[in-house]
Design a protein around this ligand. Structure first.
Ligand code: NAP
Ligand code: MN
Length: 272
């Protein structure tokens, strides 16, 4: 046996805790092992594939838990919407067959990073696949001074702002009236949440789109105001934010796509 024949093909299966997901995972494990794969008990970078059984929430959770790895993902949809998910639970044999034959492409999805600087000078960096959301932790409006590429653009007043990636454009961004963006476009979309537009306060009322190399700077007008920062729905609270800088991150999350995948067809079938 030569070394390539001996090389273990390790895959990892992540699942949410619904009954159907756990059943699907167990069945898939048996099928993969019969096909010569090793199903690891813990995720590591030595896996060639991370399989995620659940909905979009389970997939996003896995991406965060594994620290945005270079290992590609494939989703099996047992969830509600499953916009990221590629495979139905009835297609496990077909999936393994096509995967072994290398009949897939990789869809790279850009990610966004947010660097939070506090009054005391501490910094913390967050990553997101869908979006970074900044809003007041209370019910009152917030006021944010927003710059793009270092130039001051607007003093935003309202509930908050959301900065979405192209992949995240169909998530919360879409519910806020933002545009659906083809993930082949590398850009950031800044979408206002309930912007105030009166003689007292002036804010952009539509989304704005920025090229991939532009950084968005956000400085809260009142430092002591408690802010909620959410990355793909994971919340962090701060009461001492000096500034937040948001830009596209250098690396992508790669998703396996099989023959017949088409972004706009997916949009049509999931949304209309
Ligand atoms: P969740 O509250 O269960 O998610 C809300 C819905 O968004 C679910 O149906 C989820 O799909 C779907 N979704 C997630 N990412 C998507 C994407 N890129 N394109 C289209 N739909 C997407 O929370 P979750 O499942 O943990 O997901 C977190 C995401 O929810 C956040 O990143 C944010 O985009 C979204 N969200 C939306 C709203 C809103 O629309 N008002 C509010 C909060 C959060 P599944 O059913 O397959 O999980
Ligand atoms: Mn969900």
């Amino acid at each position: 046996m030569n070394s390539s024949q001996m090389k273990k093909r390790i895959v990892y299966i992540h699942t949410n805790d619904t009954e159907v997901s756990i059943k699907t995972k167990n069945l898939l494990k048996v099928k993969l092992e019969k096909s010569g794969f090793t199903v690891a008990d813990d995720f590591s970078d030595s896996a060639e594939l991370a399989i995620c059984v659940g909905g979009d929430g389970a997939f996003l959770g896995a991406v965060h838990k594994f620290g945005f790895p270079h290992v590609p993902f494939i989703g099996i949809n047992t969830g509600h919407l499953g916009f990221f998910q590629e495979i139905h639970p009835e297609q496990l044999d077909e999936f393994i067959f096509n995967y072994k034959q290398n009949k897939y492409t990789l869809q790279p999805l850009s990610t966004v990073k947010a660097c939070v600087v506090t009054e005391s000078g501490e910094t913390k960096e967050y990553r997101a696949l869908n979006e970074v959301l900044i809003k007041s932790a209370q019910c009152r409006s917030i006021h944010l001074n927003i710059s793009i590429g270092g130039s001051f653009i607007e003093r935003f007043s309202g509930d908050g702002i959301l900065v979405a990636t192209s992949a995240g454009s169909t998530g919360y961004n879409y519910s806020l009236g933002g545009s659906i963006v083809d993930p082949r476009l590398k850009l950031l979309q800044v979408t206002p949440i309930a912007p105030m537009n009166t003689t007292a306060y002036r804010s952009f009322t539509s989304s704005i789109l920025l090229p991939s190399d532009m950084e968005i700077g956000i400085i809260p007008e009142f430092v002591m105001q408690e802010l909620c920062i959410a990355v793909d729905g994971i919340e962090y609270k701060y009461d001492d934010v000096k500034e937040i800088n948001i830009s596209l991150a250098g690396t992508a999350v790669n998703l396996l796509r099989f023959e017949g995948y088409d972004f706009w067809n997916k949009v049509k079938t999931k949304f209309l």
